[in-house]
Design a protein around this ligand. Sequence first.
Ligand code: ZN
Ligand code: ZN
Length: 410
Amino acid sequence: MSTDAVAGLDEIRPALTDLYKDLHAHPELSFAEHRTAGVIAERLTGLGLEVTTGVGRTGVVGALRNGAGPMVLLRADFDALPVTERTGLPYASETDGVMHACGHDMHVTCLLGALDLLNGARDSWSGTVLAVFQPAEEIGAGARAMVDDGLYDRFGRPDVVLGQHVGPFPAGWLGAHAGPAFAATDALDVRMYGRGGHGSRPETTIDPVVMAAATVMRLQTVVSREVSGNDTAVVTVGAIQAGTKDNIIPDEAELKINIRTFTEAVRGKVLAAVERVIKAEAAASGAPRGPEIGTEYTFPVVTNDPAATERTMAAFRDRFGADHVIDPGPATGSEDVGHFATSAGVPICYWLFGGCDPETFLTALKNDRVEQDVPSNHSPGFAPVIEPTVTAGVTAMVTAALTWLGPAAG
Ligand code: ZN
Ligand code: ZN
């Protein structure tokens, strides 16, 4: 591996800082990332890469071809969230109610920095870097949209998929878990039907409020009573909606349910149990018609290939020091990055990199206040410290890519 590929980082660091601040100030929601895609395309063109926009709606692909050799897919997602920013940063979101609260702006900055360095170090590697800038990760739709838009037919099939996500732990630290690493998500939208009427005459109605309440309670037993203590699953009813006024019994109730699992077997079991409980509670209430259970979105499990993960983590241990590379275990968070690997039939290594100021983190750890003092992804206070996070993220991306690309030509 070339040891000097990241030497050029000092030179581009100020520009990457400015780029990050600009992206952070201009967040855009899933599939509406037009400005962000434009900024990315402009940068890629500036680097002299082959650039294609509009892949999977707002996705951008940059190809850096450097002779025969492996093709390595490097992925960065770039959508933001419907969150009102409360970081107080001078470069905070300029759009009300939209925020880069998951750090995808950091992913874009680090991948663009890595491409700049790989481009400058072309004499030290061979093959093709396929840079995939993916929209709409937060709704689990962007990876699929890009693959369905012919990503691999148009640009070739990679030998490996590599990607990274910033998280609330010290910058300069990296972590990956081999095997099922990020949970599958199934988000369900459920409508339960009753028969409305006057609140004073419940005997003439079928009350969907009681029906929905009983369903919520019974759903709590799916994980506690039906899933083995050796397996992991989460069932959360995140929204319940019915009625308008105290003396009106409404016609229907709506539930929004979020399910996290790590294997197809457990996923199938939990989904079947949830469906059974919803239908049975509707029947128990005497519902005039069966409930409707719709899927709002799904994320597949991200299963890190054990060999690919070890190969990449070994390179990280060399670069960052063995004490800075950890196995964080499986996370109940979800990601659609795995779709790039499963649809190509190739291994993936997807790792986490820290975005928290190391001092701040250690102080919080010492005071047993990490949960209170270190805002996590999706929180209105999530604010990765720009440095040394960008340096670590760029270095990790370059290091991982060079681990998989071919050696310098002849
Ligand atoms: Zn994210
Ligand atoms: Zn997120």
